[in-house]
Write a protein of this length. Structure first.
Lengths: 116, 113
């Protein structure tokens, strides 16, 4: 079973739609992350949750709304997105989120989002 | 600002040869580095990491070298195989917050049979 599972794998939505991306990790980790990956650009950190508490919001527009009901699940709620939001959205997890802990993040395979 | 990057956007090697992928980083305070492999249609896969108190670390067929003097990181893949074809990213951690991994744009490795 994959350590980090994301659904759906592909999503096409209009600008007025509301949809949600789901991430589940089976690694026993306490920190979870959302990243945006656009073509020819480095990964961009969006949100970080540590023990279900949001610890980072990297100046993400409010049309992206994260939710972390427990340490194993992470959602990204989408509303009135723009065409430039089309990208691969990646979820990751790590043991926890502490300074100087130096742990790798483990990624899911992402949701390919296309905004019409 | 961050400027983790890679010297070459693409690298083509013959099957069986060794591959070397390079990465430059700008923050001398970075104390942790990771290499990821991303195959088409998949998420980044952790390959190997290294802490700043080390110069070299070896894994299975992979070696990471860290040169803090020139702020340079490299990934060496021995006996490159077709399955190694992917985009390789380096990432650095500034040391302040573990979550603040700064990623490079990636190098695409193509292995010719």
């Amino acid at each position: 079973e994959t350590g980090v599972t994301q659904t759906p794998r592909h999503l096409v939505m209009g600008m007025t739609n509301k949809k949600s991306l789901k991430c589940e990790q089976h690694l026993g980790h306490n920190a979870m992350y959302w990243y945006k990956q656009s073509a020819k650009k480095p990964l961009e950190l969006m949100f970080v949750y540590n023990f279900k508490e949001q610890t980072e919001n990297n100046s993400v527009p409010s049309r992206f709304s994260p939710e972390c009901p427990n340490s194993s699940h992470l959602f990204l709620h989408l509303h009135t997105l723009q065409p430039e939001d089309s990208a691969l959205y990646l979820c990751a997890s790590s043991q926890d989120y502490q300074t100087n802990s130096n742990q790798p993040q483990h990624f899911g395979d992402g949701t390919r989002l296309s905004i019409l | 600002g961050e400027s983790v990057g890679l010297h070459l956007p693409t690298l083509s090697v013959q099957e069986g040869d060794n591959s070397i992928i390079n990465c430059a980083y700008s923050n001398s305070a970075s104390d942790y580095f990771i290499w990821y492999k991303q195959e088409s249609g998949k998420g980044p896969q952790f390959i190997i990491d290294i802490r700043s108190n080390m110069d070299k670390r070896q894994g299975q067929r992979v070696t990471v070298l860290l040169n803090k003097t020139v702020k340079h990181l490299s990934l060496q893949i021995a006996a490159t195989q077709p399955g190694d074809s992917a985009v390789y990213f380096c990432a650095e951690n500034y040391g302040g917050s573990q979550g603040n991994l700064i990623f490079g744009k990636g190098t695409k490795l193509s292995v010719k049979p």
